[in-house]
Design a protein around this ligand. Structure first.
Ligand code: PPS
Length: 285
């Protein structure tokens, strides 16, 4: 663990492309602008799907931008060293991504009218997705057995910390008019309605044809076939392309194919304990 990760304020981060200096700069000095749009997620919640949807909304459904510019340049991750450099050079209005828990997010958010889109996903599906991705992404430690990874996940002993803390922290903003939350499950169930709701939040109305173009060009198959969106351009230093892909299955409920009854029950016990105070229900409850 010690070799691949370091700790910043109690949260694990990969050493590759992250640093204490960049994280501290992002938290304390990065200036959020009123016209920034942030795509915020806990890892494996549908970040890249939402990035694609937001890119396509910005280009009125025209796929030209998503087919010509790689996704991490369209919406850089501010906490990555390379992403921070790109974010600082990005012309306004910026489209940015982050997996940061709220307590490490730029403090300047409090003084801004920036829009936050927070995407959530069934945490058991996140666990499974993260387990597979950890085997190919060199930034992450090999996950070991699913049993031990389950315990790491439940205790927040994974990069970006606890899913429970992340969701509890960000959902604390749910009554803020500049905050919009949506689930991966809603995107799957009603992509057209979801895109319309996102457009409405952004104050950008698209025609029915444009909404359909956003949905079509952000579909799993379209993204899988788009080298600007499927991470195939990611250098081998970061990812072992022989071992798998970012766009793995793209379905809801894959955890049922991986977790044993005992593992699922163990998850449920912790989930109920950690989520009962939030007073919210989700599609996977
Ligand atoms: S990351 O690495 O944290 O930024 O990953 P993230 O993009 O958040 O999540 C990756 C999972 O999202 C799935 N995905 C999609 N599902 C449906 N439709 C579309 N268009 C789509 N794009 C990405 C991707 O397949 C990962 O989920 P799993 O369950 O591993 O397949």
């Amino acid at each position: 663990m010690a070799d691949k990760y370091f700790t910043y304020k109690g949260i694990l981060f990969p050493r590759l492309d992250y640093s204490l200096e960049a994280l501290s700069y992002v938290e304390n000095e990065f200036q959020v602008q009123n016209d920034d749009v942030f795509n915020i997620t806990y890892p494996k919640s549908g970040t890249n799907w939402m990035l694609e949807i937001l890119s396509l909304i910005r280009s009125d459904g025209d796929p030209g931008w998503v087919r010509s510019v790689v996704n991490w340049d369209r919406a850089p991750w501010v906490e990555l060293q390379t992403g921070l450099e790109a974010a600082l050079k990005y012309p306004q209005p910026r489209l940015l991504c982050s997996h940061l828990p709220i307590q490490l997010f730029p403090k300047s958010l409090q003084r801004s009218k920036a829009k936050i889109i927070y995407t959530l996903r069934c945490p058991k599906d996140i666990l499974v997705s993260l387990y597979h991705f950890s085997k190919l992404l060199h930034l992450f430690k090999d996950p070991g057995s699913l049993d031990s990874f389950l315990e790491d996940f439940l205790s927040g002993n994974v990069p970006y910390g606890s899913w429970f803390d992340h969701v509890t922290g960000w959902m604390g903003l749910k009554d803020n008019e500049n905050f919009f939350s949506i689930t991966y499950e809603e995107l799957q169930q009603d992509p057209w309605g979801s895109v319309r709701r996102i457009c409405h939040f952004l104050g950008k109305e698209l025609s029915e044809e444009q909404v359909a173009a956003v949905v079509e060009n952000a579909s799993f198959q379209s993204m899988k076939g788009n080298k600007m969106s499927n991470f195939s351009q990611m250098p081998a230093e970061y990812m072992d392309h022989q071992k798998g892909e970012l766009l793995r299955k793209g379905i809801c409920g894959d955890w049922r194919n991986h977790l044993s009854e005992a593992q699922s029950q163990r998850f449920d016990t912790i989930y109920q304990k950690r989520m009962q105070g939030l007073g919210m229900t989700f599609p996977w409850d």
